[in-house]
Write a protein that binds this ligand. Structure first.
Ligand SMILES: Cc1ncc(COP(=O)(O)O)c(C=O)c1O
Length: 376
């Protein structure tokens, strides 16, 4: 049976070069990067070269890159440390954030440490920047936490506008850029952000490793305490092989960014047009325009499809997709993102997320199987 992987927003297959570089480290470089002897120094040099290269790619100082176990930890560190160490009392965010941000902000409020303000969104998931500006201008000690691209519906937020609002209102700004690092150019010199979060497994690197960009003006003491690693911002021996695999993956993604974006955007458009012509009453959740996250298309299927078992039926035919965020699978309340859009009550979401390893033939196969499951 044909196998078609269309769940790249959950995680991506690794680049072979990243696997090879990791294998070399795992075989030959086992020193602890905090040890001062030659084995330790060798590991440390790999770590620091990776940090330097990430700094160059994002146009920031290498010292502003703090390695973490992935996107969730980076988001948690930014929000909790902003509250615990930078005096943040108000968090301005949206209901469309990933749970790593949403639940962390809610927890800060439940613990009485900060108040959370929610920005309104429209039916495509676009945010009300005027309200954001108003809230930031009328409250002191704010952290604005807004993701760059939504992982379920592909709607993009404008980091330039958000960072300008942050600067003018003297708020801290955090952006969960987990779906866009390696996929969109991000220039931290021009953006004036305080924190961004990244996860290697979203750009063809390994799972369980990522980083937090933390602007050098922000003296945080970390979320995980213990040893003095990562300039005391994150205790614990670093995952050297994972970090090396991450930087190889990031280098590859950035090198081929334009060509990949063009190819994947073409696939997204193709899928959208073909679905519209072949599946009656199909619609879409989120922004599907040219100015959206090109890797994600959230298809709103009419109720004659059995949404509860559709991912399973597709899986039986070798097609891997998900109905929403992988972190929510198993929860049956539906997606908090789709619920917050408040549209198309008679349609249910399935998220197709693509990478450069997909082809138009994959999409043709997906549509053919989908049509065979249509009870029309
Ligand atoms: C937007 C977004 N933020 C955060 C995360 C969490 O990243 P990680 O799986 O590396 O913890 C994800 C992963 O699904 C994501 O898509």
């Amino acid at each position: 049976m044909r196998e078609v992987y269309l769940d790249n927003a959950a995680t991506t297959p690794m680049y072979p070069e990243a696997v090879e570089d990791m294998q070399d480290i795992l075989k030959d470089v086992f020193g602890n990067p905090s040890s001062t002897h030659s084995f330790g120094r060798k590991a440390k040099s790999h770590l620091e070269n990776a940090r330097k290269e990430i700094g160059e790619i994002l146009n920031c100082s290498s010292s502003e890159i703090c390695f973490t176990s992935g996107g969730t930890e980076a988001d948690n560190t930014a929000i909790k440390c902003a509250v615990n160490h930078l005096g943040v009392k108000n968090i301005i965010t949206s209901k469309l954030e990933h749970k790593a941000v949403l639940d962390t902000a809610k927890l800060m409020e439940e613990m009485g440490l900060a108040k959370v303000f929610w920005i309104e969104n429209d039916k495509e998931g676009k945010l009300d920047y005027e309200q954001l500006n108003y809230l930031a201008q009328t409250h002191d000690n704010c952290l604005i936490s807004i993701m760059h691209a939504n992982n379920e519906i592909g709607t993009l937020n404008d980091l330039e506008i958000i960072s300008r609002i942050g600067r003018e209102s003297k708020s801290f700004v955090h952006s969960d850029t987990v779906q866009t690092v390696g996929h969109f150019p991000i220039n931290l010199e021009t953006l004036s952000l305080d924190f961004i979060a990244a996860a290697a497994h979203k750009f063809h690197g390994p799972k369980g490793v990522g980083f937090l960009y933390c602007n050098k003006n922000n003296k945080i003491k970390g979320l995980i305490t213990g040893g003095g690693q990562e300039s005391r911002r994150r205790a614990g021996t670093e995952n050297v092989a994972g970090i090396v695999g991450m930087v190889t993956a990031l280098r590859n993604s950035v090198k081929n960014m334009e060509a990949n974006a063009k190819q994947i955007r073409k696939m997204k458009d193709y899928l959208k047009v073909k679905l519209c012509s072949e599946v009656p009453d199909v619609q879409f959740f989120g922004d599907t325009s040219n100015n959206s996250l090109y890797t994600v298309l959230n298809i709103a299927l009419p109720n004659r499809f059995d949404a509860a078992i559709l991912p399973f039926q597709l899986d039986m035919n070798g097609i891997c997709i998900s109905s929403g965020s992988a972190c929510n699978s198993g929860a049956n309340k539906g997606s908090h993102v789709i619920n917050a859009l408040n549209v198309l009550p008679n349609h249910k979401p399935i998220r197709v997320s693509m990478s450069e390893f997909n082809s138009l033939e994959d999409l043709d196969y997906f549509i053919a199987v989908l049509k065979s499951l249509d009870l029309n």
